[in-house]
Design a protein around this ligand. Structure first.
Ligand SMILES: Nc1ncnc2c1ncn2[C@@H]1O[C@H](COP(=O)(O)OP(=O)(O)O)[C@@H](O)[C@H]1O
Ligand SMILES: [Mg+2]
Length: 320
């Protein structure tokens, strides 16, 4: 067991209803959700559009209020204001005044968040460098790419050196290179010991980045925990492709590991992860070549899609 770590975020039974239709009808965006975020982790708050991610984050940031339930950040109720000095926030669609330069906007935010005056210039230069925008510091934001703007947004969130950073869809709308740049920044934050809370619907990024996730679908948490557990590590299998398999070896492998497949000269064997070593030892011992070893697992996407489909089926079922 790991040593217990500080709870950075704690959400308990959170409900949020919005009034709609001239305030007459109510729409329940969060249906009593609970989860926690631990110190030093990259936490993924994952769900399809409209699931309730931004609503939750706005409650955590004190921008809107919950209908009922409790939420705390760094041990403080989200209704308090003091803890916000230790928290950075990148909103979903950050708006930046586009006639300012990268350097100017960071100066502005540094002043706004109370960085001491003699510190401001040094802090801004450090941040520009950190997010890889030093070369564009004096260009107007109007000329920045979406990826560059997102990096300004992250620099803005870090201006007062917070210990926790909340990012709402940091990778959405970016091309693969832009996404990789943001992923690298998030990994560096993690390496520096910061806690990262990330809203996202991009599953490949979740697999690459997150230690733990909570999956939210239609205002309800469907899973909370470590990502490997979610993906079912224990049920993993591995495909091993061999060449130069003589008939004796083929028969032995078939007897030991069950049906084997083949394409031309190649022989393919699917085994449980714990059997890979034995298979390779036997094959190499009998003079075969190993062409490839490919671990297989349920993809986050397939599990995610079935969770969404299940929630949809529940909605359509009678009595709801
Ligand atoms: N101010 C609001 N008024 C009414 N409904 C809202 C408001 N904000 C969000 N919603 C609704 O709440 C649900 C969750 O939205 P949101 O938290 O933005 O989802 P996500 O960020 O996961 O895409 C959606 O159905 C959305 O339409
Ligand atoms: Mg959102």
């Amino acid at each position: 067991m790991s040593v217990s770590r500080e709870e950075i975020v704690r959400v308990e039974g959170l409900v949020k209803e919005f009034r709609t239709g001239m305030g007459i009808r109510r729409k329940r965006a969060l249906d009593g959700i609970s989860f926690r975020v631990l110190e030093g982790e990259i936490f993924g708050f994952v769900g399809p559009n409209g699931a309730g991610k931004t609503t939750t984050l706005k409650i955590l940031m004190g921008l809107i209020f919950a209908t009922s339930g409790r939420a705390s950040v760094l041990g403080h109720d989200v209704g308090e204001t003091e803890f916000r000095r230790r928290v950075g926030f990148l909103p979903e669609n950050p708006y930046f005044y586009e006639f300012l330069t990268g350097r100017e906007i960071l100066r502005f935010y540094a002043k706004l968040s109370g960085v001491a005056k003699p510190e401001i210039e040094r802090r801004v230069e450090t941040l520009l460098d950190w997010v890889g925008l030093a070369h564009a510091a004096d260009a107007r934001l109007r000329t920045y790419s979406k990826g560059m703007l997102q990096r300004v947004g992250i620099a803005q969130a870090l201006v007062h050196d917070p210990s926790v950073v909340f990012l709402d869809e940091p990778m959405s709308g970016l091309d693969p290179i832009g996404r990789k740049e943001i992923r690298d920044l998030i990994l560096r934050l993690h390496a520096e010991g910061k806690t990262v809370f990330m809203n996202t619907h991009i599953l490949s990024d979740v697999e690459l980045l997150c230690d733990r996730v909570a999956i939210i679908v239609k205002g309800a948490i469907r899973y909370e925990g470590r990502i490997e557990e979610f993906l079912g590590v224990d049920e993993r299998s591995t495909d091993v492709v061999l060449s130069r398999v003589d008939p004796g070896l083929a028969a032995a492998l078939e007897e030991r590991f069950g049906a084997i497949g083949g394409r031309g000269e190649l022989v393919e064997v699917r085994v449980a992860e714990k059997e890979v070593r034995e298979l390779l030892d036997r094959a190499l011992g009998a003079g075969a070549n190993v062409v490839s070893v490919t671990p297989h697992r349920a993809s986050l996407e397939s599990i995610f899609l079935s969770a969404v489909a299940e929630a949809g089926a529940r909605d359509r079922s009678p009595g709801r």
